[in-house]
Design a protein around this ligand. Sequence first.
Ligand SMILES: [Zn+2]
Ligand SMILES: [Zn+2]
Length: 159
Amino acid sequence: MAYHYQFRCNACGHEEYIHLGLIPNSAPEDIFEYVDYKFREERQFKKDVLGGKYGDYIAKVCAVDSEKLFFSASECLVWCTVCKALGIGHDKYISSKDYEGSEFFFDAPKKPYSMQIRIRQKCKSCGGILSMIHGECAVAAKCPKCGEIAFRQLRRLIS
Ligand SMILES: [Zn+2]
Ligand SMILES: [Zn+2]
């Protein structure tokens, strides 16, 4: 499943598409590469958590039963609450695996998680807190061309 966001700047007219996920009808090697990329991101996230990157407390809690936890690092749109820049980031969270259903990434959990920790992320350019956008993007972002806070979502397509 892929998400395509179309943005347009109300100030200068600049338009851009942002794509998230796997484009349908991808070549088999692209699918393998994407799945591999997803696993690499999740493995790295798990390593970072257990290695203490997000603090000793979370590292200790997760180390107890790390095999029973799911380390998710899926792509999402991110918007900086300070400089208003828009970009592609990762929604990093740790949750318990005790839900009904498959762990395969296309399946949504069918039962609520008994535990979930979401990592707060910061903007690389200004250090502001990033807000993760999963559905429609209702906020105005900074235009990558003219810098005005007038970059707005025009359309969102799911394919
Ligand atoms: Zn920022
Ligand atoms: Zn602009």
